[in-house]
Design a binder for this molecule. Structure first.
Ligand SMILES: [Zn+2]
Length: 331
């Protein structure tokens, strides 16, 4: 068993001829799609376009990463497990081992990240901001990549979960099949909507977000959310990720010759730092306005009461609101 780990961030080598997971040199046609093939098929994504940070666009079919046959097989196993689970919707996905779901989401997130980083390395293109040149970002991506090695090498995470994953059920809209995704590379956030299931994940927080959001999650878990509520919940998680201050480090435990897998331990980089920066309603409202764009609710409306931003998710007592219709109250 080959336990050697790979790290493309040491030299920032994202060659289109090096397997994204292990670095093996591959030919032009040894590539896998960033978004699982079954997703593209089920939601007819092939020719749909997605936009990169530099405003250029690619189709889902064009979003590919180099992958050697050995790693491609591991990715295919992961794909099949999630595809089978997703057939029964939320219960199926909830029954999946969290690590499987994490790695499946991680591969898509990473595929987008690498595509963005490659664009950044193109001297003709000036992105809005450069993730590759920021040491803090680099540290995050390296830690994240170390976790993602668990796709190809048997790795156990000892006594920790690397991520926070929330799954909620949405009220069924007019459309029967619906796919959406959203990401934020700097905060390691990724979400996917598969029909009436919304998956919202932070892929590098050792579960801190989920812990911090316990009071809200306790109300929301198991409920069926109106889309405007799901958008608000997403805004809360994305904003929490924005004020999350730590980057976990992972260490490989010393191996014994008979070991059949690697064990990772974790440490959070600086225990003197605050885990979360203070939650500021004014900044949160800016985030929420973006998530509520389809409903045209402005930041001013959200902040009518600056001490208590508008919420369709929770009532004044912090309990979940059953919601069929919504209206912005006038104070
Ligand atoms: Zn490989």
């Amino acid at each position: 068993m080959d336990f050697r780990l790979y790290d493309p961030f040491v030299n920032m080598t994202f060659s289109s001829h090096a397997c994204f997971l292990c670095g093996t040199i591959v030919s032009d046609d040894e590539r896998i799609p960033v978004f699982s093939g079954w997703l593209q098929k089920r939601y007819d994504l092939g020719q749909k376009k997605l936009q990169l940070l530099d405003q250029s666009t690619l189709t889902f079919t064009e979003m590919q990463i180099p992958c050697c046959p050995v790693c491609a097989e591991k990715v295919a196993e992961l794909d099949q497990k999630v595809e089978a689970a997703s057939k029964t919707g939320l219960p199926g996905l909830q029954a999946l081992e969290e690590k499987t779901l994490f790695l499946w989401l991680a591969r898509m997130f990473y595929g987008i990240l690498v595509t963005e980083l490659k664009t950044e390395q193109n001297p003709l293109i000036k992105p809005e901001y450069s993730v590759g040149e920021n040491p803090k970002m680099l540290h995050k991506f390296q830690s994240f990549f170390q976790l993602m090695q668990a796709i190809r090498v048997p790795i156990e995470f000892d006594d920790f979960t690397p991520c926070s994953i929330f799954m909620v059920e949405l009220q069924q809209g007019e459309q029967k099949t619906e796919f959406n995704y959203r990401d934020d590379l700097t905060t390691m956030m990724f979400s996917l909507q598969l029909d009436n299931v919304l998956i919202i994940a932070n892929l590098l927080d050792n579960g801190f977000l989920k812990k911090a959001m316990t009071p809200v999650w306790r109300e929301v878990e198991g409920k069926v959310l109106h889309p405007i509520q799901a958008a608000e919940f997403s805004a809360r998680v994305y904003y929490a990720a924005y004020i999350f201050n730590l980057t976990p480090d992972y260490f490989v435990r010393r191996q014994k010759p008979e070991d059949t897998h690697l064990i990772y331990d974790t440490l959070v980089d600086d225990i003197t730092a605050t885990i979360f920066n203070p939650w500021e309603h004014s900044v949160y409202a800016t985030a929420l306005e973006k998530f509520w764009l389809p409903w045209q609710i402005s930041r001013n409306q959200i902040l009518q009461n600056p001490e208590s931003p508008l919420s369709f998710l929770l009532d004044a007592e912090g309990r979940f609101r059953e919601l069929q219709e919504w209206e912005v109250p006038v104070i």
